[in-house]
Ligand binder design. Structure first.
Ligand SMILES: CC(C)(COP(=O)(O)OP(=O)(O)OC[C@H]1O[C@@H](n2cnc3c(N)ncnc32)[C@H](O)[C@@H]1OP(=O)(O)O)[C@@H](O)C(=O)NCCC(=O)NCCSC(=O)/C=C/c1ccc(O)cc1
Ligand SMILES: O=C(O)CCC(=O)C(=O)O
Ligand SMILES: [Fe+2]
Length: 359
C-alpha cells in the first residue's frame, strides 16, 4: 500500500533533488505523491527517449534451456549467444524458483521501508561503503536524472553482510547469490573453454569472479514515461551479469543496425549478459552489449542484477590463451577499480567506458 505522505511542495529543481536524493524519498517518493507531470530535471534529450527511436527490432535474444548443460549443444548455444548477442536468457538453470521469488519480494520489502530507514543507507550515512541506497545513476554528473532508485550491495563476506546489510532483504539476497554460484561457474567454464582456457586456476578465478555486487532496482510508476528513462544506455562493467526481472518488462538491448530488442519477461528465467571486463579479457570475442530500461506509466517494476566482477585490485587485459595464435590485443591492461570508478563518475554514455582500455 502507498504510504500516506505529508503534502510537500516544490519551488524549484533543488527542492526536488533534496527530497529525492538527500531525504531518502527516491523517485518512489515522488511517484507516490501523485505528481501530474514529470519534473524538468528528469526530462531526457529526445535522442535518449524510447519514443524517439524508430528502430525497434522484432528479433529476440536466445532462450537457452540449461537442464542438459553438459550437452555440447548447450555449450555451443551459450558461446554463440555471448559472441553474437551478448545477452541471453536461461531456463531450468537450477536456481530454485522460490529463491528468485523470495528475493523479488524482499526487494519490494526494502523499498516499502519509510524514507527515514532507507536514508540510513545513503552514501553520507551508510555504515559501510559497500551498502548504498541511491537514486538515478550518477546524479552529480548527469544533465538529466533517471527514474530509478536502487540499493547496491557489494559482497565482502557473510559476516559483513549479516552485520550491515538491511535486515529486510539480506537473507534473501545472500541465498540468491549463493544458489546462483553453480550456474555462474558452469557458464564461465563453457565460455572460457571456447577461448582455449581449459582450467580456471586461482588467478583466473579472481579475474572472472573475484567480487560480486547485487543491486535491487526499483522503477516506480512515472507520470510522463515517454519523456524520461529508467536506466539510460550503458553496458555493464562486470564479467557477467545475472539479471532477475519481474513480469512487467521494459529492458531493451542493442540489436543489429542500431535497433533495440525487447527482453520479454520469461517466468523462472534469468537474463545473462556479458560485461566490459569479459569483453576485454576475451579481446572482443564476447560482446558487452548496450542496454537500457524504459520508464513505465502504469506499473512499478523491479529488477535484481548480480554483477560478477574481477576484484578491484586485479589488472585486467586480454587472456594470453586468446592471443596465443598471434591475434593482436585490442585492449591494454587496466586496474579494475580504476575502470569501475571511471564508469561510476560519469553519466551513462553507452559503450564509452571501454574506450579507457582501448589500445
Ligand atoms: C571503485 C569502487 C566502485 C568504489 O570504490 P571506493 O574507493 O569505495 O570509492 P567510492 O565509494 O567513493 O566510489 C567512487 C565513485 O563511484 C560511485 N559509486 C560507487 N558505488 C556505486 C554504486 N553502486 N552505484 C553508483 N555509483 C557508485 C560513488 O558515488 C563515487 O562517486 P563520487 O562520490 O562522485 O566520487 C569499488 O567498489 C570497486 O572497484 N568495485 C569493483 C566491483 C564493482 O563494483 N564492479 C561494478 C559492477 S557494477 C556493474 O557492472 C554495473 C552497474 C550498474 C549500476 C547502475 C546502473 O544504472 C547500471 C549499471
Ligand atoms: O532493470 C533491468 O532490467 C536492467 C538493469 C541494468 O541494466 C543494470 O542494473 O545494470
Ligand atoms: Fe545493466
Amino acid at each position: 500500500m502507498a504510504q500516506a505522505l505529508a503534502p510537500v511542495s516544490f519551488n524549484d529543481s533543488s527542492d526536488i533533488t533534496d527530497f529525492v536524493l538527500n531525504k531518502g524519498n527516491g523517485v518512489k517518493g515522488l511517484s507516490e505523491m501523485g505528481l501530474e507531470s514529470l519534473p524538468k530535471i528528469y526530462i531526457q534529450p529526445l535522442e535518449e527517449r524510447m519514443c524517439g527511436t524508430k528502430n525497434m527490432s522484432h528479433e529476440s535474444i536466445p532462450i537457452i534451456d540449461m537442464s542438459k548443460w553438459d550437452d555440447p549443444k548447450v555449450a555451443e548455444a551459450i558461446c554463440e549467444a555471448a559472441e553474437k548477442w551478448g545477452f541471453f536468457q536461461i531456463i531450468n538453470h537450477g536456481v530454485p524458483i522460490e529463491v528468485l521469488e523470495n528475493v523479488k519480494e524482499a526487494t519490494h520489502q526494502f523499498f516499502r521501508l519509510p524514507a527515514e530507514e532507507k536514508r540510513k543507507y545513503l552514501k553520507e550515512f551508510s555504515p559501510s561503503n559497500n551498502v548504498r541506497f541511491g537514486s538515478s545513476f550518477s546524479p552529480k554528473a548527469e544533465k538529466a536524472l533517471e527514474w530509478k532508485d536502487y540499493l547496491s550491495l557489494f559482497y565482502v563476506s557473510e559476516d559483513e553482510a549479516s552485520a550491515l546489510w538491511p535486515a529486510v532483504c539480506k537473507d534473501q539476497v545472500l541465498e540468491y547469490m549463493k544458489r546462483s554460484e553453480i550456474v555462474i561457474r558452469k557458464l564461465l567454464d563453457v565460455l572460457l573453454k571456447n577461448l582455449n582456457v581449459t582450467e580456471i586456476d586461482e588467478t583466473k578465478e579472481s579475474l572472472l569472479m573475484g567480487s560480486k555486487r547485487t543491486n535491487l532496482n526499483y522503477y516506480p510508476i512515472c507520470p510522463n514515461p515517454e519523456l524520461t528513462v529508467g536506466i539510460g544506455r550503458h553496458s555493464d562493467v562486470s564479467t557477467l551479469t545475472l539479471l532477475l526481472q519481474d513480469d512487467i518488462g521494459g529492458l531493451y538491448v542493442r540489436g543489429n543496425n542500431d535497433s533495440w530488442i525487447h527482453v520479454p519477461p520469461v517466468s523462472g528465467s534469468i537474463v545473462i549478459n556479458v560485461g566490459d571486463a569479459l569483453q576485454i579479457m576475451s579481446n572482443g570475442r564476447y560482446k558487452s552489449i548496450e542496454h537500457r530500461v524504459i520508464a513505465n506509466g502504469s506499473n512499478n517494476r523491479i529488477s535484481v542484477p548480480i554483477f560478477i566482477n574481477p576484484r578491484p585490485s586485479d589488472k585486467i587485459s586480454p587472456f594470453p590463451e586468446v592471443l596465443a595464435s598471434g591475434e593482436k590485443a585490442v585492449y591494454k591492461e587496466v586496474l579494475y577499480s580504476d575502470y569501475v570508478r571511471h564508469f561510476f563518475r560519469k553519466a551513462h554514455d553507452g559503450k564509452k567506458t571501454i574506450d579507457l582500455a582501448k589500445i
